[in-house]
Write a protein that binds this ligand. Structure first.
Ligand SMILES: *Cc1c(COP(=O)(O)O)cnc(C)c1O
Length: 363
């Protein structure tokens, strides 16, 4: 069988290993792995099954559509969804055993019309994004406790999310979070699942792990922040393709749009059939490297929609040679976090923005 020209080789065993390592580095009663955005680009079902293999007991996604896709794929583990449109169908989701994180009283009322759904409260403790705002938390908590005691919902969790602004900011969010837990206790609700920490906070602050941690990016082997680049997790995605053309340039010859780069001396360039439509960040123009036959060469000239050009000098690179764009640096391939530096972004964006032409294949 011929290999797809543009491929993302996904190592599910690596995701499982990363989850195992993360559970030892940041242990909690429960481990949730986030598989939103198509498993951070790795394939949601593959990521979900690998995470469960690695010992995760919960999965997390942004919305109910993502949750239901996993159910259709046969994934039966606990799943929580936390980002809802006003007219999302909680009936179908809760009937499929999806836990809903409620940010508004409106969410709670919709959930009360379902059949004793499992509900977590989503509160904003300082991130300033999703989750009930400070002024709305008391009413959300009050109504949730009321519905819980009436048997209309099962209020078994409360969650928030850190901003990662500073240690002080995260710890102050933790205090806010604890005050919500205390408020629930005053109303005789003690939810089993109390979760605040994603990858960075879980690794940085043991006191923020509560009863569950939520690992996203680190499960895929990328760093949640620059100071967490040596935790030992390793990338599970390797983007590969093939050299499709080589040519000899003379000194002064320009490459790609606007001739941002010209050969200083005669050299060979190799054409790589991946561009920004495939997720190669255009902003990495002038900075990026790829590995061909295990050796690193610089990408030269403008990153285009379908193509990049690599200066291979006098190396014997030929049509058909293997190109690794990002993956595990142990084999010479640039790490997705290096690509992030080259494009002035974060590794999250590198792996999640893979284009439709890139075919995911198991390793
Ligand atoms: C995406 C997300 C996570 C995962 O964050 P990472 O930094 O990738 O670990 C955790 N919790 C929530 C609410 C999220 O939206």
């Amino acid at each position: 069988m011929t290999r797809p020209l543009r491929r993302a080789v996904i190592d599910a065993g690596r995701i499982a290993d990363n989850v195992r390592l993360l559970r030892s580095l940041a242990p909690a009663d429960h481990t949730l792995v986030v598989v939103k955005a198509n498993g951070y680009g790795h394939g949601a079902e593959t990521a979900a099954r690998a995470a469960l293999d690695g010992g995760a007991d919960w999965l997390g996604v942004a919305d109910v559509t993502e949750a239901l896709e996993l159910r259709v794929a046969g994934v039966s583990a606990p799943i929580i969804a936390w980002l809802h449109s006003p007219d999302d169908d909680f009936l179908a989701a809760t009937a499929a055993g999806v836990t809903i994180a409620a940010s508004t009283v409106g969410h709670l009322e919709a959930l009360a019309r379902c059949d004793r759904p499992s509900v977590h409260l989503k509160v904003d403790t300082g991130l300033g994004r999703n989750g009930a705002g400070r002024d709305d938390i008391p009413e959300l908590v009050r109504r949730a406790a009321e519905l819980h005691h009436a048997g209309a919902i099962v209020l078994d969790g409360v969650m928030s999310h850190c901003s990662g602004t500073s240690r002080e900011a995260d710890l102050s969010q933790a205090e806010e979070f604890q005050s919500v837990i205390d408020r629930l206790r005053d109303l005789r609700v003690e939810p089993e699942y109390r979760h605040l920490a994603a990858s960075a906070a879980a690794l940085d602050h043991p006191s923020l792990r509560h009863s569950m941690v939520r690992f996203g990016i680190a499960a895929y082997g990328l760093a949640p922040a620059p100071h967490l680049r040596d935790t030992g997790v390793r990338p599970a995605m390797r983007v590969e393709t093939t050299v499709v053309l080589t040519k000899r340039l003379r000194a002064g010859d320009g490459v790609s749009y606007n001739h941002l780069w010209r050969a200083e001396e005669s050299t060979t360039v190799a054409l790589i059939p991946l561009g920004y439509a495939d997720g190669i960040p255009r902003a990495a123009t002038g900075h990026a490297w790829v590995a061909i036959n295990g050796e690193r060469f610089p990408v030269v000239g403008r990153v285009a929609m379908d193509q990049i050009v690599v200066n291979v000098g006098d190396s014997p690179v030929q049509i058909g040679d293997d190109v690794s764009v990002w993956g595990d640096p142990l084999d010479g391939t640039p790490h997705p976090d290096e690509w992030a530096d080259w494009a002035d972004t974060i590794g999250y964006e590198i792996v999640t923005r893979l284009g439709n032409r890139v075919v995911r294949v198991p390793s």
